[in-house]
Write a protein of this length. Structure first.
Length: 144
């Protein structure tokens, strides 16, 4: 079992990756807002959250089944993310589900508002992740 498996760091990593990807899509919308025939694109936060919830549920089910039957978790290195990435593989699929909207009803204000909400979510995930790393650093250095 990885030291990070008992933290929210893998979940926060997925949130950060999603918000970074969505930020690029929203920025592209703003850059092309006046382009004739351009269709506004977006990534669905609801779809991402649904996939993230499924991945968390699957991770909890696997963890509780392993502990119930006394099955030891696989040892893993701090830098080996393959198990975590395997669990959250479906979440990353939600990044690829681009919604296309009719550009007639979207304004620059709407796009900037969505970008600001996305940035707030990104900053929150990063702040929590930094806090988790500081707690781990304190525990390792025994300065709790």
């Amino acid at each position: 079992m990885s030291m990070f498996d008992t933290t929210t760091i893998p979940v926060l990593q997925q949130v950060v990756q999603f918000t970074e990807t969505r930020h690029g899509v929203l920025a592209g919308n703003i850059a092309n807002l006046d382009t004739p025939g351009y269709k506004i694109r977006d990534l669905s936060p609801e779809h991402f959250q649904e996939h993230l919830k499924e991945a968390l549920s699957k991770r909890e089910t696997e963890r509780s089944a392993a502990s119930r039957y006394g099955i030891p978790s696989e040892p893993s290195s701090l830098f080996n993310e393959s198990k975590s990435m395997e669990t959250f593989g479906n979440v990353e699929e939600s990044f690829r589900s681009v919604l296309r909207h009719d550009s007639a009803d979207v304004s620059i204000e709407t796009q900037i508002t969505e970008m600001a909400k996305n940035q707030a979510q990104h900053n929150l995930a990063l702040s929590i992740m930094i806090s988790q790393f500081r707690l781990l650093e304190s525990a390792i250095s025994e300065q709790v």
